[in-house]
Each structure stands twice: as C-alpha cells, then as structure tokens.
Write a protein that binds this ligand. Structure first.
Ligand SMILES: [Zn+2]
Length: 484
C-alpha cells in the first residue's frame, strides 16, 4: 500500500467535472487524485448485500466508477493512478442517516435528566465533518439541527471544495412541541407554525425534517404535508405521537429502531409524551407478539423506514462490551473525555427498571423482524448519549452491532450504505459499487465481508473519485471533538 501510494503522490488535476478544485483546507487531506484511478486486485463488497468478490479492478474516471473488471496488473501511465490493493476491500461510502453535527456532553448525576440545565448542544462544525469522512461516511443526514445556518453554510463550503466533509442532507431545526429538554429548539405553537417553519427552512436549502418528542399530531401532520408538498421527507424521534399514529399521518421514517414507540406505555395520553418514553412498550413487544406483528405490518404498509441507532444504546447492553476505541478518545477534548468516563461510571438504574440488556436485544430482534417483513432499515450512530458515540467511529460500530443483531456482514453494510441511498432517492447515483455510479468508496484493510471488525480499518475514503487520507483527517481533529 505504502509503495502504491508513493507512486501516486504526484497529484494530477481531477477530471471530475462536477467536483470543484479542492481548496487549501481540503488539499492536505487528499491522498489520491488523478484523471484516472485504478484500484487493482481489490475485494469488492458492492453494498447490495451480494457476497464479496475477490480480486477485482475498480476503475474511476471523472468522479465516477467507470468499470469493474477482473483483477489485473495495470501499467503506470501519465494521468493514471494505480493502487495495488491486494489484502484490501472496498465498500460503498457509508450513507449515515442519524449523523449529528453537534455534541452532547456534560452529564450530571444530580439532575433527573442526567444533564446540567439548561441542556445545550455545542456545534461541531469543524471536527464532526472530518471525523465522518475519516470513518468512511460520504453522505449523511444531519437528522435535526440546532445551528441550521451553520449546517447549510457547511454544506455549501463542502460542495464548493472549501472544507472537507461528506455530502450533507441538512435537516431543519427540530419540529418540537410546546416544551423541550433542549433550550435550543423551537417550540411550535400549532399546525400553522409547523407549516411556516418547514416552508421557511425549505426555502433556505434544508432537505429533510425531523419531528421531536413533544410535537402534537396536528403539528406533525401540518409539517408532513408542507414538507411533502415540496418533495421533502420527514423523520421523527417521537414520544407524544406513537409509531402507528405517525405512520398513519404519513411520516417517512422513525428514529431509534423500536426504542421510542409509546403505544403501550402506561398512562399514555394523546399528544403527550409518556413518562416511560417507550421503554414499557418495547418491554411488552416480543417480536412474535400480535402487537409487534401489527405494528410492523402497519409500518411496511405505509412505507415507513426505520433508522437503527444501536451505538447510542450500546451502553445499556451490559458488561463485556468493547472499550471505546483509543482513536475516538484521541479525537475528544480532555473535558469531553472526562465527561465520558464520568457518565460511563455512574451507577446503574434501580433494579426494578426493565432489564436494559434485554431491551437492547429486543430492539435488535424487532429490527430484524422489520427487515424480514420487507421494511427499509437504515442506520446512523446518533453521536450524542454519554459521549461514547463519536462521528465516524460510531458509524462503523453501528455496522458491527447490526451483525450482532443477526444480519450477515454484507447485509449490515447494505443497511448502512445502499438502504440510506434508497431512502434519500439517490440510489441511482450512490450507495453501491457499480459502473456509472459516483466513486464514493471506502478502502479498508482486511475483509469486513467475513470479519466485520475490519470495517474499522479505513485507509482511504473516496468521495466523487477523490481519495482522502483517513488518518490525516483524524490527526487534524485530535483533542478538538467536544469543543468545536
Ligand atoms: Zn439524534
């Protein structure tokens, strides 16, 4: 690899017509950029769920995959970069579907909410995009924004080649009801307000919306109708509205697997978030129960996707879990690291609470049943929680946890790549490895098709045919994640 990369260290002008010339903040991270790039003798995991194919040549021209051929040696030529990738795999760039550009830290044991008041989420406009790209994410939905102008400007600057990062689907400000845990959220005053919020932000370039825990059914309906009128999709991390109610209102996607459905929560009142926030419902929804079957059938009938966010729940899954990766800790500020260890070591919930490890497993079973019934499962890490879910690293961990849930490695990779592209209506151009598609590819040492942990060994991330050096991106954010 090292030799191969040395051979292409001479950068040739990118021939990708739609890719602008990289600016001074992007150039230092580029490892491969040439009019023609040939990845030789590489194992291809194409993102469709098909088995991996060994020893292929993947040809990249004009920012796109121009051919996939049997493995062969290719002579070096002017304007052509040739990489010998024996022992490596390529998979599609990750399409991250719950990938925030902010961070929640500062857990506080003394507060019922486990956070200091007021709950603030600092914006990670500098570090998060670099971490995502370093981890193999080439397209992502922000899934709720707190500094929406910053996110829109970031998208603009990434697309203009001024800043490194994935392609962004910028989600508008959270569509939240009259109250909220988070002080940065808007508080909708009714259906008209919901429609106005959607129209205002859609006019300014927002391409998705997310409803939140205290929205009313009427507000959600108004937001969905306004968004759909403009061809924009709406997802939700719900509580006040149940999954079935939201499906019937026309929502497109539901966040957090089956963790936050409240239909069986005791004392659940219409339009009011329940105390249990979905825990009781999950506890009472065995995958073969009539309630689960009915719910899944309703979601599939209405074409509602489910976003799996297993990493943000992993800390509830009990002991024996792998430690947070050192590289992820290295990315964090000293304060973020301290807060993370503080949160991790706080006492377990009282013994009469539902068995959290069982709930984690139950949710995995429901996600599998949803896919078996024909549902579209997409994935994102939700880098919030106790600080242990870090952009990029969390996306990789999500794929590993989907394998733990019982999906095969190539199925898990499909959920994290092609399925997201299908949801976004972009599967003609991204999400899998095929001739004619955008060259959004992750070069990985090893074989995640058989050993999923290899998905962590990202070396080069191609976005629109330009290869970024994962380690250089990580080095550039060391000690900064958590601050900005
Ligand atoms: Zn989230």
């Amino acid at each position: 690899m090292r030799r191969a990369v040395l051979a292409v260290s001479l950068c040739v002008l990118s021939a990708a017509a739609q890719t602008p010339e990289p600016g001074k903040s992007v150039k230092p991270f580029i490892r491969v950029d040439a009019a023609k790039i040939v990845l030789t003798h590489v194992r291809v995991i194409d993102g469709t769920g098909a088995p991996a194919v060994d020893d292929r040549n993947v040809v990249i021209e004009g920012g796109k995959i121009s051919a996939i051929q049997p493995g062969a040696d290719v002579p070096a030529a002017a304007g052509t970069a040739v990489l010998d990738l024996r022992g490596y795999s390529v998979m599609p760039g990750i399409v991250g579907m719950h990938n925030h550009l902010f961070y929640i830290a500062r857990p506080n044991l003394n507060s019922r909410r486990q956070f200091d008041d007021p709950v603030l989420v600092p914006q990670m406009t500098f570090s998060a995009p670099r971490l995502y790209l370093a981890g193999g994410v080439t397209t992502m939905r922000t899934t709720g924004s707190v500094e929406t102008y910053a996110d829109l400007n970031l998208k603009h600057d990434i697309d203009a080649g001024k800043l490194p990062g994935p392609h962004l689907d910028v989600t508008g400000p959270y569509l939240e009801g009259a109250t909220s845990l988070f002080i940065q959220m808007a508080h909708l005053t009714g259906p008209d307000d919901a429609k106005q919020l959607v129209d205002y932000w859609a006019d300014r370039g927002v391409t998705s919306f997310k409803a939140y825990m205290n929205i009313t059914r009427a507000e959600l309906k108004a937001a969905i109708d306004a968004a759909h009128a403009r061809g924009i999709k709406v997802t939700g991390h719900l509580c006040s509205v149940t999954y079935k109610e939201a499906a019937e209102l026309g929502i497109d996607d539901l966040e957090h697997g089956f963790f936050v459905n409240t239909q069986l929560d005791p004392g659940k009142k219409p339009d009011i978030c329940s105390e249990s926030m979905g825990t009781t419902t999950l506890d009472h929804m065995a995958p073969d129960s009539p309630e689960a079957k009915d719910l899944i059938a309703t979601l599939v009938k209405h074409g509602v996707a489910i976003t799996s966010t297993l990493p943000v729940f992993e800390s509830m899954a009990g002991s024996g879990r792998p430690a947070i990766r050192q590289k992820a800790l290295d990315a964090m500020t000293p304060q973020a690291r301290e807060d993370f260890f503080y949160a991790r070591n706080r006492p377990a919930p009282p013994a009469n609470a539902p068995d959290r490890a069982l709930l984690f497993k139950r949710n995995m079973q429901l996600e599998r049943a949803f896919v078996a019934a024909g549902g579209l499962l997409i994935a994102g890490p939700d880098p919030t929680g106790g600080g242990d879910v870090v952009p990029g690293f969390g996306d990789q961990r999500g794929i590993e946890l989907l394998v733990e849930a019982g999906f095969s490695p190539v199925e898990a990779i499909k959920i994290a790549t092609l399925n997201g592209a299908i949801y976004m209506g972009k599967d003609k151009t991204i999400g899998s490895i095929a001739a004619g598609k955008n060259a959004d590819l992750v070069v990985i040492r090893g074989d995640p098709g058989t050993q999923i942990a290899d998905v962590e060994n990202v070396e080069i991330v191609f976005k629109d045919g330009v290869g970024y050096d994962s380690q250089k991106l990580l080095d550039s954010v060391k000690g900064r994640y958590g601050a900005y």
